[in-house]
Ligand binder design. Structure first.
Ligand code: BES
Ligand code: MN
Ligand code: ZN
Length: 503
């Protein structure tokens, strides 16, 4: 599907469907009905509309729509957006997604009359939001369906009266958003791919294949012998019961221009292609769905990919720790004591708290690159769903400024993110009687931040670090019309890409 800009538009770009915005104006008194605001419609639309008796019932209220034909043959879809002053970037994103879903289900093309949709007079932002919403909504995961129903929708025109001189800037916005939503689609595919196909070995190869197409990116992949050489005892302990070798994918992007001031952002992702829990086996109902336990790695990879394609002005290192957490006679037994890459000893009391073991060693490895900051993303704890629900990403870390900047990026992209504290008591709770640390706390309470308190031990003191627990928001987000009803959401990629671009 292509999104095509048509500036200085004198006619409609499609003769199939025209989409126009409609706003409402609240009546002065309570008894007054809302009134349609359609002053931005062209005169032929107004004429055709007012000739229809039933049109009088359409007032542009949010959540309503009105379909009517033009004498010239086009169908007009008037989309109610409510009061114009109340239109926010997120409501425009949601409405654009709904418009796309409706129009793409029955047509091959449509022409959206952009001028009516302009958010606070900012055409660039409007084009960005609409194209992002459409790109995210157009995703489907059907590679395993024997009968595919390919989408017949091919072209979305954006018609605007804006001068042609704006074309270059607006096209750049469209291109950047396409890079972003294509990357989100790749992340969703990785997360949705089943574990019998997507082993750690396969996953690493797929990422390598994709990353090799990116300019100024180097790919390095560490396997079992390399992880042994690196003394990643925690990571290896998670992989001990697996039929597949672990993989640590290390990607490096160097921007075209590098000066002494060029920032270096490191991303770390949990890539558990399946989490059975190990000997601390998950009950069946909790185990199903654990193919999504690699969503952290897919999320940071997508943000890396989008930032690279959009020529981010910063150096980016990206580390993906891949394995499954399985059980065989070599699997790590609870009560085991393992040694981390940084030399700390860890009592593994619960083999289902495996993500922190993988991440700990990868965080320490990332510190060797001396980045200005490290951000990790992981489906780390069920506790984050208890704390923040299934919609909100948990944010923790050792540096207030970094956390604040991530919160700003989340706000700028309309993603939900909220901070949890790491307190001294929880740091203490992660200490073991017989080793330096243990991998679970003494109680379930505060489980997400206790996991973060554990991770903190593997980040060198002088490095800013933030941890994103995406266990809630990585999966089904049926409430968001630009996310699939079921399956990987692709959320948090937008926050991370925004953060990188503004680092
Ligand atoms: N991958 C899970 C976290 C998870 C659980 C994500 C439920 C989504 C839904 C993680 O590896 C895990 O099992 N964590 C344990 C930690 C506990 C043993 C301290 C958990 O949250 O139950
Ligand atoms: Mn687990
Ligand atoms: Zn896990």
């Amino acid at each position: 599907m292509d999104i095509i800009l048509n500036l200085n538009a004198k006619s409609y770009s499609s003769d199939e469907v025209l989409v126009v915005a409609a706003y409402s104006k609240a009546g002065k008194q309570k008894k007054d009905p809302a009134q349609l605001v359609n002053s931005h419609w062209s005169s032929d639309l107004k004429e055709a509309f007012s000739a229809i008796n039933a049109a009088a019932t359409f007032t542009g209220t949010a959540g309503t729509k009105f379909l009517f034909p033009l004498a010239s043959g086009e169908m007009v879809l008037a989309w109610g957006l409510g009061e114009k002053s109340k239109l926010s970037s997120e409501s425009l994103r949601k409405e654009s997604a709904k418009i796309y879903s409706l129009v793409s289900s029955g047509h091959a093309e449509a022409a959206l009359q952009l001028d009516g949709f302009t958010l606070k007079g900012n055409l660039e932002k409007t084009v960005g939001i609409i194209s992002e919403a459409v790109g995210m909504t157009a995703y489907s995961y059907d590679k395993h369906k024997s009968k595919k129903s390919p989408c017949k929708f091919k072209k979305l025109f954006l018609d605007s009266s804006a001068a042609k001189s704006k074309a270059k800037k607006l096209q750049a916005v469209l291109d950047a958003k396409k890079n972003l939503t294509d990357s989100i689609a790749i992340a969703r595919d990785f997360v949705n791919d089943p574990p019998n196909i997507q082993s750690s070995v396969y996953y690493a190869k797929e990422v390598e294949k994709d990353a090799k197409k990116l300019k100024r990116v180097k790919v390095k992949i560490l396997g079992k012998p390399e992880l042994k050489k690196e003394k990643m005892g925690m990571f290896l302990s998670v992989n001990a019961g697996s039929g597949f070798d672990p993989r640590l994918v290390h990607l490096t992007y160097t921007p075209a221009k590098v000066t002494k001031k060029t920032k270096h952002v490191a991303l770390v992702g949990k890539g558990l292609v399946f989490d059975t829990g190990g000997y601390s086996l998950k009950p069946a109902a909790a185990m199903a769905g654990m193919k999504f336990d690699m969503a952290g790695s897919a999320t940071v990879y997508a943000a890396f990919r989008a930032a690279v394609l959009n020529n981010a002005p910063v150096k980016i290192s990206c580390f993906l720790g891949m394995t499954d957490n399985a059980v065989n006679s070599f699997a790590t037994m609870p009560d085991s004591i393992v040694t981390a890459r940084n030399g700390k000893t860890v009592e593994v009391l619960n083999t289902d708290a495996e993500g922190r073991l993988v991440l700990g060693d990868v965080l320490d490895y990332a510190c060797d690159q001396k980045p200005d900051c490290i951000i990790d993303a992981a489906t780390l704890t069920g506790a984050v769903l208890i704390a923040l629900g299934t919609e909100v990403c948990g944010l923790m870390g050792n540096d207030k400024k970094l956390r604040d900047n991530l919160m700003k990026s989340a706000a700028a992209t309309d993603e939900y993110m909220w901070q949890l504290p790491i307190i001294e008591e929880w740091r203490d709770d992660m200490k073991s009687n017989i080793a330096d640390l243990k991998n679970i706390g003494g109680s379930r309470w505060g489980g997400s931040a206790k996991a973060a308190a554990f991770l903190e031990n593997f980040v060198k003191d002088d490095i800013s670090w933030a941890h994103l627990d995406i266990a809630g928001c990585a999966g089904d987000q049926g409430h968001l019309p630009y996310c699939p009803k079921k399956g990987a959401s692709g959320l948090v990629v937008r926050s991370l890409e925004h953060f990188i671009q503004n680092a």
